[in-house]
Design a protein around this ligand. Structure first.
Ligand code: NDP
Length: 256
């Protein structure tokens, strides 16, 4: 984990589950980032309690309000982070926010499809756009050659449920809105990669495994700390040749 050396990182959906564990493990590193921007929908409310408790212990942890379904809140979060960074860039954005609903084709409706798309695809796209100037600034200020997560990167937390090739093996859980929205998130990643490469920004998607969280349920195989250790071990190994692809928490490529 010492491999991921960066000044600043921003995470969405970081008040519980994988996002919260990412914050904890990043702050617990021997070389922690100078700034960890932990965003969530309701930083001052009960849902943000665990993060609030950590703020007094970690002066490098900053809680920021960001609702992926609310475009103005994404822009406001970017202004807040820019203000805090005081003319420096932002190295890494982890789009972790996600909602899951296991509806079949017989039951899913337009409302659920739109909710999933807004949260799982539109939100990450707007986050990428809003933080692009800060990511560009980090890339411009870096002396590193090539692309890397410690220079400037967008990591979209996706799912193998969005993999078209793997549908036969995953379709026992139909989750139509979830798998369609994650397939779209994968496409977004593929489009971000060449678009942002010229600005020095690496863009990739990561499947965290089937993880014991509210989304993954307690039936999942993988404890959240193990998944996050895996993700944080994979990130420093990524370079330009990995941009625009889907990786698993174990560092294996996963087919789209
Ligand atoms: P959790 O359900 O534990 O956490 C989801 C997080 O997303 C919460 O912090 C939640 O905040 C936040 N969130 C939901 N909607 C919004 C929104 N509109 N704006 C901002 N934040 C929001 O899920 P996981 O930790 O398991 O999932 C994290 C990511 O990993 C997701 O993208 C998920 O799809 C992906 N993933 C998870 C797998 C698993 O097995 N767990 C498998 C494959 C992928 P709040 O408390 O406010 O609701």
């Amino acid at each position: 984990m010492a491999g991921l050396s960066l000044r600043s990182v921003l995470l969405t959906g970081s008040n519980r589950g994988i996002g919260l564990e990412l914050v904890k493990q990043l702050l617990g590193k021997s070389n922690p980032p100078q700034w960890v921007f932990a965003t969530c929908r309701d930083p001052e409310g009960a849902r943000g309690q665990e993060l609030q408790n950590m703020v007094s212990k970690y002066p490098n942890l900053v809680m920021v309000k960001l609702d992926a379904m609310n475009p103005p809140s994404i822009k406001e979060a970017a202004w807040r982070v820019e203000e805090q960074l005081d003319s420096l860039g932002l190295n890494l954005v982890i789009n972790n926010t996600g909602i899951f609903c296991n509806m079949s084709l017989a039951t899913v409706d337009s409302e659920e499809m739109l909710r999933a798309y807004k949260t799982n695809v539109v939100g990450p796209m707007l986050v990428g756009q809003a933080f692009l100037p800060l990511l560009k600034k980090a890339a411009q200020g870096s002396s590193q050659n090539g692309l890397s997560c410690s220079k400037a990167a967008i990591v979209n937390i996706s799912s193998f449920m969005g993999s078209i090739e793997r549908v036969p093996e995953t379709f026992s859980v139909p989750a139509i809105s979830y798998r369609c929205s994650k397939a779209a998130l994968n496409m977004l990643t593929l489009c971000q990669a060449p678009s942002y490469a010229e600005d020095g920004i690496l863009c990739t998607a990561v499947h965290p495994g089937w993880v014991k969280t509210d989304t993954g349920t307690q039936a999942a195989h993988l404890p959240v700390d193990e998944s996050v250790r895996g993700i944080l071990a994979v990130l420093p190994t990524l370079s330009e040749k990995h941009s625009g692809s889907l990786w698993s928490w174990t560092g294996k490529t996963t087919p789209w």
